[in-house]
Design a protein around this ligand. Structure first.
Ligand code: HEM
Length: 461
């Protein structure tokens, strides 16, 4: 197989790609392409695609795809040539839940908003989020009882949403332990709406299927919830350093201001993107810890050495190396955002194959993260692999749970800090007896959600 470096790179424009072969791939049905195997099981469909090589072409009705399986391709699409491959989730998958927000917008609007929001994610700001993160994790621990059965995904969703709204928006949602129904229902409906293993996900949102009706209703409630929170903040005064105040004051570098829709859509974007992913990261980390006593023992030894009797804080985090490795390893095996998509804005050539303009390029973390060319014993949960020097030998983009390049996750440092602190608080206090499937089925929606609750029985230590 040719090296990805042999691709024509920036010269791979429409003029020069004529005659360059299209990538190999499954021929599929002449009318519906690969729709049947894809709907049957999108994850094993990707296993089949990988048999064709690192650059694979396939089709669904009305959409042409190319899937890239090599880390060097990830680097080209997301980093080196990010201006030729745009994120177009709204257009490609008819996701319209917050079109004016940072996740879905594009071009100048995206650039202005990203610059505007950056001050909420500087190291100093992130440092100030550590105490509330620990405080809310403590409250979760106090609510949990010896012998109690809990659904980790639900409790972590509650916890991460509360942390997010407190730190980024300086708002409290609901009472301790109560779900914020509007947000939780919206997260579920958005995920269901973009679940590509459902045929209905390929229909426009205005067609009144049950999924679409649920989605529209949940979205309307969610918008109302966001408007209420904005109203609350306006009433209390928007003088703070939190993200919502920044959005309301809209102190762009060149006096940029945001419309009402942009403010609301960003509140909705952050409440969704910032809680659901981190909640899944924690759910999978504890799912794995519940099955690996050796890892849990080493983790606790680190907590004893670094923390002693103290609560974890921002200053402890650099020394919590094994805790970080546990979080990284969980996201390697279960990346909360499991696939990244881009649309080719012009013809490109990758690995000697033509990617025609308009092709949807997919970069599957859930496959690349377990490729045995880059990981020994790839399916094993071995946090040590992040500490034994082997990470330095791997291509940089063999691991990209937060994406890469200009549109990488703005909440990356926030999420890593939060997950490390929550693990440090909870792993010392409880043993986790797994009651549900050790290897749960997951949905192929916007996030890598387990289909069933991940249930454990808690035991005080
Ligand atoms: C484990 C936790 C998280 C994971 C795995 C994750 C993953 C990702 C990924 C893969 C992307 C890039 C998608 C793409 O390139 O198409 C992204 C973007 C984004 N994430 Fe996260 N994320 C996490 C936590 C957070 C948090 C805590 C926040 C908010 C505080 C957040 C807010 C966002 C936003 C707003 C974007 C869009 C950025 C842009 O386009 O400029 N995420 N995330």
């Amino acid at each position: 197989m040719s090296s990805p470096d042999q691709a024509s790179g920036r010269n791979g424009t429409a003029e020069t790609t004529t005659g360059t072969p299209l990538p190999p791939g499954p021929s599929g049905d002449p009318v519906v392409g690969c729709l049947r195997p894809f709907l049957r099981d999108p994850f094993s469909f990707y296993d089949d695609l990988a048999e064709f090589g690192d650059v694979v072409r396939w089709q669904l009705p009305g959409r042409r795809f190319t899937t890239l399986f090599h880390p060097d391709h990830v680097e080209r699409v997301l980093v080196a040539e990010s201006d030729r491959f745009e994120r177009n989730v709204a257009g490609d998958f008819q996701v319209d839940f917050a079109p004016e927000g940072l996740l879905l917008n594009r071009g100048e609007q995206w650039r202005t908003q990203r610059t505007l929001m950056q001050p909420a994610f500087t190291m100093d700001r992130i440092r100030s989020y550590a105490n509330p993160m620990v405080e809310y994790a403590d409250r979760t621990a106090r609510r949990w009882d010896d012998g109690q059965e809990v659904a980790l995904n639900r409790d972590f969703s509650n916890l991460t949403l509360r942390i997010l709204t407190k730190t980024l928006f300086d708002l409290e949602v609901g009472a301790d332990g109560d779900d914020d129904e509007a947000v939780v229902a919206a997260a579920r409906a958005i995920n269901e709406r973009v679940d590509v293993s459902r045929l209905t996900s390929f229909l426009p949102t205005w067609i009144p299927t049950p999924t679409n009706r649920r989605y529209r209703r949940a979205l309307a409630d969610y918008r109302e919830r966001a408007d209420g929170l904005i109203e609350e903040r306006r009433h209390d005064g928007a003088g703070g350093e939190d993200l919502l105040s920044i959005l309301l004051r809209a102190e762009g570098p060149d006096g940029a201001t945001l419309s009402e829709e942009e403010i609301r859509d960003n509140l909705m974007t952050f409440m969704f993107a910032g809680h659901e992913t981190t909640s899944l990261g924690l759910t999978y980390a504890f799912l794995l810890l519940s099955q690996h006593d050796d890892v849990l023992d080493r983790l606790r030894r680190e907590h004893e050495e670094v923390l002693g009797d103290e609560s974890p804080s921002f200053d402890h985090v650099p020394a919590l190396e094994y805790t970080e490795a546990v979080v990284s390893e969980s996201m390697r095996l279960h990346p909360p955002a499991h696939i990244i998509t881009r649309r080719a804005k012009e013809d490109a050539v990758i690995d000697g194959y033509r990617i025609p303009e308009g092709t949807i390029v997919t970069l599957p973390q859930f496959r690349i993260h377990v490729d045995d060319r880059f990981y020994d014993d790839p399916d094993a949960f071995r946090p040590e692999r992040w500490l034994d020097g082997s990470a330095d030998e791997r291509p940089e983009y063999a691991y990209f749970p937060f994406g890469a390049g200009p549109r990488h996750c703005i909440g990356m440092r926030f999420a890593m800090l939060e997950m490390q602190l929550v693990v440090a608080v909870l792993a010392r206090r409880f043993d986790f007896e797994l009651l549900s499937d050790p290897d749960p089925d997951v949905t192929a929606g916007g996030t890598h959600r387990p289909v069933e609750d991940v249930r454990v029985r808690l035991h005080d230590r």
